[in-house]
Design a protein around this ligand. Sequence first.
Ligand code: FMN
Length: 239
Amino acid sequence: MKKAILLFFISLVVLSLAACGNNSSDDSNTVINTPGNASGIPTENNNATQPVPSDQKILIAYFSRVGNTDFDTNVDAVASASLNLQDGVLAGNTEIIADMIQDTVGGDLFLIETANKFPADYDTVLDLGQQQQKENARPELSAHVENMEDYDTVFIGFPNWWSDLPMAVYTFLEEYDYSGKTVIPFSTHGGSGFSRNEQTIKSMLTGATVLDGLAVRGEDAIDAQRDVEEWLGQLGMSN
Ligand SMILES: Cc1cc2nc3c(=O)[nH]c(=O)nc-3n(C[C@H](O)[C@H](O)[C@H](O)COP(=O)(O)O)c2cc1C
């Protein structure tokens, strides 16, 4: 009888160990937005179990209002809460994060640039962005990555526009074949975080491995270097 009870407990232990083993998700491609803290740094590293090899060729592509807008040549006159001056030069929030990524892991920067520039007036950009979204527009791009096939890892950066990607980013995503590449999203925003944009990228780039992204409040972009380094460290990408 004692032997039977002992066997029963041993079976229980074996079964529960097996169940624990099955809990570890092997869905390594799933993008899970883990809003662990205010800066959007994931508190749980769901996807980045495989460190990105350091010999990867990296592209950091980003869309930003600055670079896509005809601003007054007097930058001091247009610098405002929504715009930053870096060494006297206007810099977009997403552009600042793109620069920080490059400082940390190297790689080539690429501005996603539309053929038609946006107007400088912020409210008009808000309306235009919304209109493009309603029309499901694909704004024409004026710059193209000639050697996309050379890149193993592609960061894709964008501001949150009406809880979506700016439509020009859809144009960019549809222009290239991302199969076999590692894609890493990053975003700046005014409070909405990523919204569903990580999932959107994942569902569009089915052949790519999409890692956990970083979302930073636009006003915090200038101070985000440490957050960027921490995030990249969690992805196994640091130099
Ligand atoms: C057209 C437009 C729509 C926006 N929609 C949102 C939004 O839905 N949620 C949000 O948090 N921020 C929104 N923002 C704010 C931007 O995401 C934020 O300012 C961002 O940091 C700008 O980045 P950039 O300087 O690189 O363009 C919007 C800004 C614009 C111009």
